[in-house]
Design a protein around this ligand. Structure first.
Ligand code: LER
Ligand code: MN
Length: 292
């Protein structure tokens, strides 16, 4: 660890709130720090001092909103964002599948998240449901389908004031939108104010020539932020400079959550505890006069 740990304290006037990913179902996605066991996990996340929980939901029909809302209230947790990638990982839904029925089902799935996102005041994440372009497929055709799908979803979401955030994802997971420059060009093509980016330090470390420059270029289009260290363990377990990354993020005016999305290593609880201790110590060092 680069910064020595100190006991967690509440972050208030820095507006920098911490959340962590919880998949509402068991999942094949390895970097969902917590998964399954909804109430037990919400209780643990809350007791560790998190103010938010980012929910990974494959299909909103599988979630009982009444139960979820009452448990979120019981553990005093906000939901800054909803992850949707399992619809690709576990069902193969994709905005860029050659089969029009699959593309339409992917659009409808994202649209079905809008009422929940509205109720929870959460951003809808567009991760791997954008799809990948396999060798031999036409990349520009895929980009056209991607843009059309994002316009359809952003338009529908806009009626309820819901925002969508596409995540640039590293080249080993997809061939569509790997970095911030590609993401910013896509934002221009989509042309909707409620469409922005989710930046993830794990992917940026692979794809950005200089992470802080990328964060600055993205500026007010950063709608959500994932943290994991270089090895995709909790921040502090690898070699990323989180002090500089978080300082740069705050300088853009970002007021959202810093959301932990890392491998449950050595186990979810230990990773989540180390993450919050480490990030709060960084915030305390960056802003010693704040109430953080
Ligand atoms: C999801 O937020 C993510 O970062 C991707 O690695 C999903 O595969
Ligand atoms: Mn991510």
């Amino acid at each position: 660890m680069r910064v020595s740990p100190c006991p967690p304290k509440l972050i208030t006037d820095m507006h920098m709130k911490l959340s962590i990913v919880l998949s509402t179902q068991l999942t094949q996605f390895q970097a969902a720090t917590f998964s399954g066991g909804l109430e037990t996990n919400l209780a643990q996340i809350s007791s560790l001092g998190y103010q938010g929980v980012e929910l990974a939901i494959r299909d909103p029909r599988l979630v009982d909103m009444d139960i979820l809302s009452s448990q979120l209230a019981k553990y005093n947790l906000q939901v800054p964002a909803i992850g949707t990638g399992q619809a690709w990982g576990e069902e193969g839904l994709s905005f860029t599948d050659p089969d029009p029925k699959v593309r339409q089902a992917a659009i409808e799935r994202i649209q079905s998240h809008i009422p929940i996102a509205h109720k929870l005041n959460a951003v809808i994440i567009i991760g791997l449901i954008r799809g990948i372009v396999k060798p031999g497929m036409d990349h520009s055709q895929a980009m056209e389908w991607l843009c059309e799908a994002l316009q359809a979803c952003s338009l529908e979401a806009n009626h309820l004031g819901v925002r969508l955030a596409l995540e640039p994802i590293n080249r080993y997971e997809t061939t569509l939108i790997n970095n911030i420059d590609q993401g910013l060009r896509l934002i221009e093509q989509v042309g909707m104010d409620n469409f922005g980016l989710l930046l993830d330090t794990f992917h940026m470390n692979i794809e950005e020539p200089q992470m802080e420059n990328g964060i600055r270029r993205c500026g007010e289009r950063i709608f959500h932020f994932h943290v994991a260290d270089s090895n995709r363990w909790y921040p502090g377990a690898g070699h990323l400079d989180f002090s500089s990354i978080i300082k740069t993020l705050i300088e853009t005016g970002y007021k959202g959550y810093i959301s932990g999305e890392f491998l449950p290593m050595p186990d979810a609880g230990t990773g989540a505890r180390n993450n919050i201790i480490y990030l709060k110590s960084i915030l305390n060092q960056l802003f010693p006069d704040s109430d953080s």
